[in-house]
Design a protein around this ligand. Sequence first.
Ligand SMILES: [Zn+2]
Length: 72
Amino acid sequence: MLAALISRVRALRAGPAPAPLPALERPAPIEGADIADFDTCPRENRRTPHAMRADGSRRCFRCGHETPGQDS
Ligand SMILES: [Zn+2]
């Protein structure tokens, strides 16, 4: 009796089966950027969010200033 009631409640809560999720896709990355992080912008002389690249170069999100990587 109770089990039948529980299964009915579950059936009502479940509703229609959800559509299958699409295959997981990586969001489009920012052009050439690996991660975003705060760094000192030489042009603004303050810490601003930057797009950091694997080669160490970075671009200020606020003013667009390009800072070359340390390795190059
Ligand atoms: Zn800047």
